[in-house]
Design a protein around this ligand. Sequence first.
Ligand SMILES: [Mn+2]
Length: 394
Amino acid sequence: MRLLHTSDWHIGRTFHGYSTLDAVRAVLGVIPGIVREHTVDVVVVAGDVYDLTNPSAHAVTVLQETLVGILDAGAKVVLTSGNHDSAVRLGFAGPFAAAAGLHLRTDAADIGMPTEIADEHGVVDFYGIPYLQPELVRHLSWVPNDARSQHEVIEAAMRVVRGSVAERKAKGRRSVVVAHTFVAGAESESSDSERAITKAPLVAGGVDAVPVNVFDGVDYAALGHIHGRAELAENVRYSGAVLHYSFSEAGKPRGGWLVDLAEAGVARTEWIDFPVPRPLKEIRGAFAELLVDPQWDPYTDHYVRAVYTDTNKQLEPLQQLRRRFPFCAEVVNDPGERPADSTSTYAERVKGKTDPQVVESFLIDVRNGEGPDATETEILDDVIAESAAEAQLG
Ligand SMILES: [Mn+2]
């Protein structure tokens, strides 16, 4: 049996105000071709299918189009919900969809009941573990009443799964777990676009992550949630997101894992690249050079993060940069190291100084050592004199 493991489609996400719907539609549109070319039997989607719990009509249309394309190409689909999805909405009409080969495994109450898909060696059991929010699943019989962390709820879920796997192994069953969670060891591949979520359920002692050995005993664990590709063990992997959803993911591969399950488990894996409709690029330099330097010519159709190193902030830098880079998504001013500051307090530093001297030292401090020029001095003198006159009147 051949799987294509993907995750984190995030259909409907915006990227710095730009819609990514056309891009994600184009990328997901290549999956049916991959299914045909590589004779994929099952496409696995490990959560965060949509970006929002209440997806737009366009987003729903893109998902339907994608799933119909995959089923038409001859593969089945096993899909779980992520923290961005509404499990109930995504799982709607699940029993009917299952009849057509679309298995929506979004209900935490069902984790012990696998979807069975057969090949020439027998049956493979697919266990879907949707994103488990501890507070929302505590009522389930298999969750400890005091569970507070991802570690605790995933461990509890895997106890149920392992119990079922052990029972069925006697019958020659193989097993795949599809889970949406943060597994330790994937930190280096994590990124800004998931950091907010993975750090949210902090527990005493650090980030709440699940140790990789929680997935011992299953033939393959198809993970989602982390946006970078990661191989935590031969049979425990993240595929990462289908688009670059953050500049911290720039340049990282986008795609999915082809996984061949033979009679004794994983026999072979292969990475399949997906197209990148609009790559990300960080450019850095003096502002005036960013606007003209020919070295940036190849990136005018990229999503650009511009870092300008000038001491002075530019007026409306994004608008200026977009004349050259229409997809300039982010602009940052980073003049680098400031001159070493004295450790004295503010009160000590301004003591005995005249008002113009205070303003001058302020400018030197915030402009990387650059005090007021002649014109600025003239303006400042006027303003200070005016303010002093007002204070006397007041
Ligand atoms: Mn997620």
